[in-house]
Design a protein around this ligand. Sequence first.
Ligand code: CMC
Length: 397
Amino acid sequence: MVERGSDSRPGRSGSAAAGPDQSLYRPGLEGVPATQSAICDIDGHLGQLTYRGYDAATLAARSSFLETAFLLVWGELPTADQLEQFEQEVQMHRRVSFRIRDMMKSFPSQGHPMDALQASAASLGLFYSRRALDNPEYIYGAVVRLLAKIPTMVAAFQLIRKGQDPIQPRDDLPYAANFLYMLTEREPDPLAARILDACLILHAEHSLNASTFSARVTASTLTDPYAVVASAVGTLAGPLHGGANEDVLTMLEEIGSEDRVELWLDRAIANRQKIMGFGHREYKVKDPRAVILQRLAEELFERFGHDPMYDLARRLEEIAATRLGPKGIYPNVDFYSGLVYRKLGIPCDLFTPIFAIARTAGWLAHWKEQLGANRIFRPSQIYTGCAHRDWQPLEAR
Ligand code: CMC
């Protein structure tokens, strides 16, 4: 057996003709520009995030999720008429086919809602199979349909797994309020709906993160937008990405009380354990979204009562600043979002599906942008396997 590292055949060690230059390899593609994009910009040192040039914090305070989604996908804030039409179309497409609901009823109720969402998002391709990627009306329709149906599917699985029938969307309720209504079967408090809408804005887009990269790779094959979103949902589910929001609460529960924070953290660091909700490839300061989510959490506590887990989280942030801060590791978007959702009465394993509802806007913006200047993604690799091996018959092994 000959390992590539010890390959002594002529022209095989470091020759450009033999493959890519080893020195260009960056694990995790860190710092490697893989696309050009006009959608979102991050200043990881100043802690600034903009969508199409607008500060995400301003959008969270002044815009609505659907207005922000329009901005992300089409590049400009909508006019009043455009926004009204877009909102109406999304509202009209909120219902999902009874066949998708029946399919969801056959999913195991103990399965993770992200898996249910990935399967249901992919199934939309069976129902809307026409693909006209160069037709702006097709793009518009697909954006509307996905933004409209993803929340309905998340809420439907939540009721189905509790043994209930999904309830129909309410046409008179705005986007976030309708989602809360479909989850809880109660019209939500306006503050709760406004805060959820702001959370959706803050999670809507974040440049070339893993799931968006996944979406762009899938888009570059010219497949349908449902496959694009389904592949991105699968990527978002992992604990190093969107799944971290769920793990943060598990971690806080494990720590248990404020007086245990220091000991727990020191042990975790000594064991080289990742602290969930901390660290980011792009940010070397506290994630600006975490700053806003923390404020939103406080707003909710003022109105609906305090959550002692918040004190524990703040204590963890304070102590972690002394241990991990010098390495540029601070709370990311996932650190406080779970506390907001918990106060809204949302079960822990729906935190990442809510992230997916929001990020669908960003994925679709990248889908459209990718189609505008498409070239299939096909990076190279540094082969590290065997150079050549002779076949061994079964009896000789
Ligand atoms: N806790 C402790 N140490 C950390 C953490 C953390 N959360 N994050 C990074 N580090 C350390 C890591 O151990 C390594 O140290 P050393 O150089 O001594 O080996 C160094 O920082 C670099 O870490 P890395 O894993 O190479 O950094 P990365 O850029 O590849 O990973 C990350 C970024 C977000 C995956 C990582 O910070 C992490 O795993 N965080 C915890 C999971 C999490 O909160 N994910 C949500 C990310 S933000 C939202 C989203 O993307 O969905």
